[in-house]
Design a protein around this ligand. Sequence first.
Ligand code: ARG
Length: 219
Amino acid sequence: GLIDFSSLDGYTGFILRGTLVTLLFTLVSALLGFIWGTILSLFKLSTVKPLQWFATVYTSVFRGTPLLLQLVLIYYATPQLTGYDIPALLAAGLAFGLNSAAYLSETIRGGIMAVDRGQREAAMALGIPYRTMMVSIIFPQAVKNILPALVNECVALIKESSLVSVIGVADLLRRASEVQAATYRALESLLFVGAIYYVLVLVLTSLARLLERRLRRSD
Ligand code: ARG
């Protein structure tokens, strides 16, 4: 028939297990991106010129070239440079973490700058050390303010994670292609993983909305 989901019989478990790969991969790259992005944002806000310069050039390069290019470059050029293969998942985590950090560093920088300067002045007047002020006072407020942007970044990561199928990581999209090759049918497996991506994004945005409402109540 034109569309026949029974063609997926015996393959659904195989495809569904790709959800775990996609989710785990997204989580790791989001964490990496957030940590490195935070460090880069502090570089941008610092008064040390070389740090500012480095973070600015870094962001410009990683935002100015395709993520897919960064991914295949890390995966295929590492053996040439080092003589050792790099595991596909490691290459992918690196590429996505490094790329996401570029975007997040701008978001986080904006969030920190947007925290009312009275907060900083009050902390300084109280003699609170710079580090403590940043970690316990400024940063939590910044993160709270940029929560919607952080959720957007996670949504982008979930969807863009499908690029890793290109270097052979058995994520959702890759598994759909493999089922397509086995069944000679493209429509059903692709629609199936499309629905899974969509549900993942819906769940994430719903959780984020709940969290945001709770945080607002505590104001
Ligand atoms: N597709 C864009 C690229 O190729 C987006 C990269 C990922 N986006 C992001 N917010 N991390 O560069």
